[in-house]
Design a protein around this ligand. Structure first.
Ligand code: PLP
Length: 458
C-alpha cells in the first residue's frame, strides 16, 4: 500500500451514514498520553494556565527512542552514533535529553548550534549540515570541533581558509546519490577534487562521507551506505582518516494501525472533507518498521553491519522525526462550534484558539490525519467534525477531513492532536494575526504516577 500516492475516489459513498464522515484514524497512544488524558484535571489546568494553545513534550519518550537506536547498533555489533536532526523540533528539552542519553545533535544554523551547546551537547557531539554554510557557522563549528558535512567545493575552500592547523576542521563530504535530482551533495567528479583539497590543507581532516535521502526506504539507504564504505576505503589510500559514514535521517514513524490507514485509503472521497477539499498525497501514517526497527533492517541488508565492522567504519544516523516519535502532542481549546450540512447531513465545524501553523502538514499541501482527541471524555453520539483556525483565512483549517469525534464538541472542550512533536509543532509557527506562539509544556514523572510540569526552556 502506498499512501503517499493514493488517489481520491470521486464516486459517492454507498452508505449514507458514511457519506460525509471520514473513517477513523485513531493514533497509537503512549502510556504517558493515556495518563495525561485520563487525569481529571491536569489538561484543563494547563489550558487555564497557558491561556491559549500549547504543546506538550515528554522528554522521557525521547530518551526511550534514543535507547532503542543505541540497542539496534549494539545488537548488530556496530559502532554507531546518533545525531538528532534538530530542525524537527526546537524544544530545549529534546536537546537536553540528547545530552543526557548519549546522542549528538545535527544542526544547520548558528541558532541551532548555540541552542544545542546551551543544553549540554558538546561541540564534538555536533554534526553541522546544510548547503553553502555561512562563514560564521563554519568558523564556530570548527572552533567547537563539530563534524561538518560539506556540501560543495566552494564551502570546503572557505572552511580550509577559516580553520586552523592546530585544530583542523572535521569534515564529511556530502555525496549526491547517482541519478538523484537533489540540490544537495557533490558529484563523483567534485568528490575527487574535494579529496585533493582536503589533502592539500592541514586545516582539514576528512573523517568520511554522508548522505540524506528523502523517502523512507531502508534498502536504498543500506545500498548507498555500502558505496560510502568504498569511498572511505579509497580516501584512506590517499592518506585520509576516513572512518565515518552518515546515512542521514528519514526513519519512519508509525502513527496509526495498518487497518485504519487502509480503510482511509480505500474509502477516501471528497465528500469526507469540509467544502469538498482534496489533497494529492499524504504522509505514510502507518509505518510497519519504524525508527530503530528500520535501522535494524538497514544494518541487516546485505550484511551492512558486517561490512562496517570489517572495515572499521562508524555509522552515523541523523533521525529527526523518529527521535520524537510519541514524545509530544498539541492542545487547542474549542472556541466556536457550528452545525453545517453537506449532502443534506449535519456535521460540526469548529473554530479552535490556534492556527494550522501549529500543525505543519497543511503547509506541505497535505493534512495531518491522526484523529484529534476530545477532552474531557463524555458519552455522546459520533459526530463528523472539521476543525478551523482562529484566523481570518478561509483556508486556515487544522482538519478539513470530517473526523468522527465521539460526541459533539462544545466551546471550552480541549482538542488534542497526538504525536505532533516531529515537525508538526513549530516548523512553521509565526505570530500571524499577532497571536502568541504556543508555549511548550514539558512533563516529567513525579512520584505516585503523578506528572510535574514546567515550561520548556527554549
Ligand atoms: C532533515 C534532515 C534530517 C532529519 O530527517 P528526518 O526525516 O526528520 O529523520 C537529517 N539529516 C539531514 C541532512 C536533514 O536535512
Amino acid at each position: 500500500m502506498d499512501l503517499e500516492h493514493a488517489s481520491i475516489a470521486m464516486e459517492p459513498a454507498a452508505d449514507a451514514h458514511d457519506a460525509i464522515g471520514a473513517s477513523p484514524m485513531p493514533a497509537h497512544l503512549d502510556p504517558w498520553e493515556r495518563r495525561l488524558l485520563a487525569d481529571p484535571s491536569l489538561l484543563g489546568d494547563l489550558a487555564f494556565a497557558m491561556g491559549g494553545p500549547f504543546h506538550v513534550m515528554y522528554p522521557e519518550r525521547v530518551a526511550h527512542n534514543i535507547r532503542a537506536f543505541h540497542a539496534a547498533f549494539t545488537h548488530a555489533g556496530v559502532h554507531g552514533t546518533i545525531y538528532y536532526g534538530k530542525k524537527a523540533n526546537k524544544a530545549a528539552c529534546v536537546a537536553r535529553a540528547c545530552a543526557e542519553h548519549g546522542a549528538g545533535v545535527d544542526v544547520a544554523s548558528v541558532g541551532e548550534l548555540t541552542a544545542a551547546l546551551a543544553q549540554g551537547v558538546r561541540g564534538d557531539e555536533l554534526m553541522v549540515t546544510g548547503p553553502a554554510k555561512a562563514d560564521e557557522l563554519l568558523w564556530l563549528a570548527a572552533r567547537h570541533g563539530a563534524l561538518i558535512a560539506v556540501d560543495d567545493l566552494g564551502e570546503l575552500g572557505r572552511l580550509a581558509a577559516l580553520a586552523s592547523q592546530g585544530a583542523p576542521a572535521r569534515v564529511l563530504i556530502r555525496v549526491l546519490p547517482a541519478a538523484s535530482a537533489s540540490r544537495f551533495g557533490m558529484t563523483s567528479g567534485e568528490i575527487e577534487d574535494a579529496l585533493a583539497v582536503c589533502g592539500g590543507h592541514d586545516s582539514i581532516r576528512l573523517e568520511g562521507f554522508s548522505f540524506h535521502l528523502s523517502g523512507y526506504d531502508a534498502v536504498a539507504r543500506a545500498e548507498l551506505a555500502g558505496e560510502l564504505i568504498a569511498r572511505c576505503l579509497h580516501a584512506r589510500t590517499l592518506g585520509h582518516p576516513a572512518t565515518t559514514v552518515s546515512i542521514g535521517g528519514g526513519f519512519g514513524v508509525d502513527y496509526v494501525a495498518a487497518e485504519a490507514a487502509m480503510e482511509f485509503t480505500e474509502g477516501m472521497r471528497r465528500q469526507w472533507f469540509h467544502s469538498g477539499k482534496s489533497f494529492d498525497s499524504y504522509y505514510p501514517y502507518h509505518f510497519p518498521a519504524p525508527g530503530a526497527a528500520m535501522l535494524a533492517q538497514i544494518l541487516d541488508h546485505d550484511d551492512l553491519a558486517g561490512r562496517l565492522r570489517d572495515n572499521a567504519v562508524r555509522l552515523a544516523i541523523e533521525p529527526g522525526r523518529a527521535l520524537l516519535a510519541h514524545a509530544g502532542c498539541t492542545v487547542f481549546r474549542v472556541q466556536g462550534s457550528k452545525t453545517r450540512h453537506a449532502h443534506g447531513l449535519p456535521y460540526r465545524l469548529l473554530t479552535v484558539d490556534g492556527t494550522s501553523l501549529s500543525l505543519s502538514e497543511q503547509w506541505f499541501d497535505s493534512e495531518y490525519l491522526p484523529d484529534p482527541l476530545l477532552w474531557p471524555a463524555r458519552p455522546g453520539a459520533v459526530t463528523p467534525t472539521s476543525v478551523g483556525a482562529a484566523t481570518c483565512l478561509d483556508s486556515d483549517m487544522l482538519s478539513w477531513r470530517r473526523v468522527p469525534l465521539p460526541r459533539p464538541a462544545e466551546v471550552g472542550d480541549l482538542l488534542i492532536y497526538p504525536n505532533t512533536a516531529g515537525y508538526q509543532m513549530d516548523s512553521n509557527e509565526s505570530a500571524f494575526h499577532d497571536l502568541p506562539i504556543p508555549p511548550k509544556v514539558v512533563l516529567y514523572d513525579a512520584t505516585g504516577d503523578r506528572f510535574r510540569w514546567t515550561r520548556d526552556g527554549s
